[in-house]
Design a protein around this ligand. Structure first.
Ligand code: TXA
Ligand code: MG
Length: 327
C-alpha cells in the first residue's frame, strides 16, 4: 500500500508547524527515525504512546537543537554530563538527568529523571530549531518492533497515525542512541548504541552497565528483554539446531561471508543477508534493521543470526539480537 500523498515530505516548515500545533511528526535522525511530539504538550505526547501502542511505563527521550536547550528541562547538569555533551553532541548519545517540573510525568513515566539528546542529523537539527519546542520522540515503530531507518519503514507501520514523515533518507548510524545515566557518581550505560562504551570511557573513564533486565521489574523502564523484534522468529546461530531446520525456510544474517561460514553449517538457505564486505561495524549497524526487515518480509520459518564481535558498535548490535530473539 502506498503512503497517502504528501505524508512523506521534506517540508521542514510544515513539520515544525505541526509539532507546535500538537501534531505528530516522524523525522530522520542519524540513528533511526523518531516519532516526535511537543514534549511539553501532554495530549500530543499521549498520541505518541497511542500511535506506537507503547506502555506508559516506558519513558521517552526529549530531543533539543543544542545543549543550552536542555537547561529548562533539568534541575542539575553534573560536570560529567557537560563533558560528555561537549564530546558527543550533537550525536547519538542520550543523557539521563534529574528532570525539572516543566517536563510532563507522561514523558518520563513518572520518573524523577529525563532522557535528553541533541541529534546530529541536519534535518532533525533544522526541525528542532524551527519548531522551537523540545521534542519527545521514541523510535517511529510499533512498540517492540524493528526500528525504522528510512521514511518508507515509518509509512508502512505507522502511516495512518502520523501527520507527516520528514524524509531525510536512510539513516547513517542505524542503531539507536546510547542511553547513559549520569545522575550518580559513575555513569551507567542503560542501553548500548551509536556512541560506543570505548568512546565514552576514553573521555570520562570507566562506566558501569545496567543490571540484567527482568521484565517484571526492569532496571530501567523500557529495558525489556523482548524488543526490536521482527515478526519472524529469530535464533542466534549458537542456539540453532540446524538438523531440525532441514527442509524449513531459513534466512541468515551475518556480518560478513567469513562470519557466515564460521557460524552456520554448509546447508542451503532460502535467503542470506551479509551486512559488510569488510567487517566494518559502522557499515553493519547502518544496514542492520533494514536487513532484518528484508528477511522478515520473506515469510521465512526462522531467521538465524550470527553474533557480532562484542566490542564497539558490535555490542549494540548483539544487544538488539538478544532482544529480537525473544519473539
Ligand atoms: O536514537 C534514539 O535514541 C532514537 C531516536 C529517535 O532519537 N530514539 C529511541 O527512543 O530509541 P526509544 O523510545 O525507542 O528508546 C528510548 C529508551 C527507552 O529504552 C527508554 O526506556 C529509555 O530510553 N529512557 C527514556 N527516558 C529514560 C529515563 N528517564 N530513565 C531511564 N531510561 C530512559
Ligand atoms: Mg525504540
Amino acid at each position: 500500500m502506498s503512503p497517502a500523498p504528501g505524508l512523506i515530505s521534506t517540508d521542514i516548515d510544515r513539520a515544525a508547524q505541526i509539532l507546535r500545533e500538537g501534531g505528530l511528526v516522524a523525522f530522520a535522525t542519524e540513528t533511526v527515525y523518531g516519532l516526535g511530539a511537543n514534549a511539553l504538550n501532554v495530549e500530543a505526547v499521549a498520541r505518541v504512546f497511542a500511535a506506537k501502542n507503547r506502555p506508559h511505563f516506558d519513558p521517552l527521550i526529549v530531543h533539543v537543537a543544542d545543549a543550552s536547550k536542555i537547561e529548562p528541562l533539568v534541575t542539575r547538569i553534573p560536570p560529567i554530563a557537560r563533558t560528555l555533551a561537549d564530546a558527543f553532541w550533537p550525536g547519538p548519545l542520550t543523557l539521563v538527568l534529574p528532570k525539572s517540573e516543566i517536563v510532563p510525568d507522561l514523558v518520563t513515566s513518572g520518573l524523577s529523571t529525563v532522557a535528553v539528546r541533541v541529534p546530529s542529523h541536519a534535518l532533525a537539527q533544522e526541525l528542532l530549531k524551527r519548531a522551537d519546542v523540545p521534542v519527545a520522540a521514541p523510535s517511529a515503530n510499533p512498540f517492540g518492533r524493528l526500528s525504522p531507518t528510512c521514511a518508507e519503514h515509518v509509512a508502512e507501520s505507522l502511516g495512518d497515525a502520523v501527520d507527516l514523515i520528514l524524509d531525510g533518507g536512510p539513516t547513517t548510524v542505524g542503531v539507536e542512541s546510547t542511553v547513559l545515566d549520569v545522575t550518580g557518581s559513575i555513569p551507567v550505560v542503560l542501553r548500548d548504541g551509536g556512541i560506543t562504551r570505548e568512546e565514552i570511557e576514553e573521555v570520562v573513564g570507566p562506566v558501569e552497565s545496567r543490571r540484567t533486565s527482568n521484565d517484571s521489574a526492569p532496571s530501567a523502564p523500557g529495558m525489556l528483554s523482548s524488543h526490536y523484534a521482527p515478526g519472524t522468529s529469530l535464533v542466534l546461530s549458537e542456539d540453532a539446531d540446524f538438523e531440525s531446520l532441514a527442509g524449513r525456510r531459513v534466512g541468515v544474517l551475518a556480518l560478513s561471508t567469513a562470519t557466515l561460514r564460521e557460524c552456520v553449517p554448509q546447508v542451503s538457505f532460502e535467503s542470506v543477508e551479509v551486512l559488510t564486505g569488510d567487517e566494518s561495524l559502522t557499515t553493519a549497524a547502518a544496514g542492520f534493521f533494514a536487513a532484518l526487515r528484508r528477511l522478515d518480509a520473506q515469510r521465512l520459518d526462522v531467521i538465524v543470526a550470527c553474533p557480532f564481535p562484542d566490542h564497539g558498535l558490535g555490542r549494540a548490535l548483539n544487544d538488539r539480537l538478544q532482544r529480537a530473539r525473544h519473539s
